[in-house]
Design a protein. Structure first.
Length: 146
């Protein structure tokens, strides 16, 4: 026998967020009030010896619809996944995949090289590689006798 947990408040929360998002769009609230994204992709952040790697799950997003930018130490990933319209002829269809705009921002550490950023997208995963700056070694200064 399988046990299935029902979390009614999580469904209520999803419905409330969806309602708020639609109401904010309808009544023309400012972007910072309504939120700047319709959905948020999951991101893995990996630190290696000589680089940082960010992997974002963005299935169904065309490469041309992705924008990666860097400004004042903040890396921004944004884009849009278009929704597919289908008419339900026989029965009910269920749509769970979010569509619309997405945005993620990351403050990069001082060791990140702003000029050494590369991005590639394959199989629904956006991979961003950020090289690290070479470590500055302390220089010993000899003190001479006067």
């Amino acid at each position: 026998m399988n046990l299935v947990r029902l979390h009614p408040w999580s469904v209520n929360g999803l419905m409330r967020r969806d309602f708020d998002r639609r109401a904010n769009r309808r009544f023309g609230c400012a972007p910072d009030e309504a939120g700047v994204a319709d959905w948020v992709p999951a991101v893995d952040i990996i630190e290696e010896k000589d680089r940082f790697v960010l992997r974002a799950d963005i299935p169904g997003v065309e490469r041309e619809a992705i924008d990666v930018s860097m400004h004042e130490g903040v890396l921004s990933i944004s884009g849009e996944r278009r929704s597919e319209r289908r008419d339900a002829v026989d029965g009910i269809q269920r749509f769970e995949r979010a569509s619309g705009r997405f945005l993620r921002r990351f403050t990069l550490p001082e060791t990140a090289d702003a000029e050494g950023i590369a991005a590639k997208s394959a199989n629904g995963i956006l991979e961003i590689t950020i090289l690290k700056l070479p470590e500055v070694q302390a220089r010993r200064i000899d003190v001479e006798a006067a």
